[in-house]
Design a protein around this ligand. Structure first.
Ligand code: MG
Length: 376
């Protein structure tokens, strides 16, 4: 809990629905703190260092990776959690784990893997990074003698599974229930989701500007950016380059955090939220105000059109698609090309194991595998 008092509507460790495999209580750490620690020590967490969101890892050392992204999400989420009296360690655990299931090469990699699954093995259930994050902590991590996965608490797992289709929800047991019953997860989970958005929007502007793929003049089309560009230019007329960008982005992140916190407080009051159970039945409470939501949407759409679809990004995405699809097809056609532990008799399980193998790869490992298999 890190020294602050938990609000009554926070997720309290004493009320946790517990772990899948029962474990002795740790006298020194509460269950959510242990979850956070397990995530940091997992192999999938370490691999985030070499996975990318927009830029590919080897394109430059100055860009965000999924590891630094996850740390930024955790930082933003914790700041808000402390303000609202939510459980900081739970918030941090969810934030640090939210991207564990991502494939190499960001969204291009995930789309390619999903498409490959659907095309070559339509009965295998496709690929979705969010479900995969849960699969990593539930199944794929190999760190305990007597069970698979990290054996995290229900609340952390619920937070990791931020969205999921009804058909998947039905196969997931208790953690899928809320999608069927249309209930909300705890505020810590809702918060991690918004912190993710604040983090990636802002760091993508930062990386986009520093890479030269977008310019400050272009960014001024976005109201939120223009507001703080004006303010910083007024306060520091001589500042330019990376200091200018940092001064603007700092203010944007702060504005989003302040708005989110204030709106959450208003929502908690308006819906008379007293307990964690009240949160379950209320509409989403962690939200931006309507005007801020509109500004955040404008920013997202700017980035979509000008950065994520920039021809240089598209070229890399195109390469990523080729790599992921070629690997998938090669491994499904002949599973003997993979380490023995990924081979299965059953064809559906085999397709899933191929997806697990590829999803677990870092950008550079996937490129190496591609070269090993296809380049003489
Ligand atoms: Mg993320």
């Amino acid at each position: 809990m890190t020294g602050t008092t938990l609000a009554p509507y926070a997720t309290h460790p004493a009320q946790s629905k517990g772990r899948q495999h029962s474990e002795a209580i740790d006298p020194a750490r509460d269950p959510f703190q242990r979850d956070r620690d397990r995530i940091i020590h997992s192999g999938a967490f370490r691999r985030l260092e070499y996975k990318t969101q927009v830029f590919v890892n080897h394109e430059g050392d100055l860009f965000r990776t999924r590891l630094t992204h996850s740390l930024e999400v955790a930082q933003i989420a914790r700041a808000v959690a402390r303000n609202l009296g939510l459980h900081e360690d739970l918030t941090e655990a969810i934030s640090l784990a939210h991207d564990l299931g991502h494939t190499p090469f960001g969204h291009a990699g995930q789309d390619a893997l999903h498409e490959s699954m659907q095309t070559l093995r339509p009965d295998a259930g496709g690929f979705e990074h969010n479900l995969q994050s849960l699969r990593v902590v539930d199944e794929l991590e190999e760190r305990y003698a007597s069970f698979n996965g990290l054996n995290l608490t229900f609340e952390t797992r619920e937070g990791i599974l931020k969205h999921c289709s009804l058909s998947h929800a039905r196969q997931l047991g208790e953690v899928g229930q809320r999608f069927i019953a249309k209930k909300r997860p705890g505020l810590e989970a809702q918060l991690a989701n918004l912190a993710d958005e604040i983090a990636y929007n802002n760091h993508d502007i930062d990386d986009g500007l520093r890479s030269g793929l977008i310019t400050i003049e272009q960014m001024r089309q976005v109201q939120l950016f223009a507001t703080y560009h004006d303010e910083v230019s007024r306060l520091f007329p001589d500042v330019a380059g990376r200091r200018l960008i940092a001064e603007i982005i700092r203010r944007m992140i702060n504005a989003l955090i302040v708005d989110l916190t204030q709106t959450a407080r208003q929502n908690l009051q308006a819906h008379r939220i007293q307990t964690r159970e009240d949160v379950t039945h209320a509409p989403p409470l962690l939200q931006f105000s309507k005007p801020m939501r509109a500004q955040a949407d404008e920013l997202k759409s700017f980035l979509m059109h000008n950065l994520y679809r920039h021809y240089k990004v598209m070229r890399m995405a195109n390469k990523a698609t080729t790599i992921v699809q070629s690997l998938f097809k090669a491994f499904v056609d002949d599973p003997r090309l993979m380490p023995a532990s990924y081979r299965h008799e059953d064809e559906r399980r085999q397709a899933r194991a191929v997806a697990d193998y590829i999803a677990g790869m870092t950008d550079r490992y996937a490129i190496k595998e591609y070269k090993r298999l296809f380049v003489v």
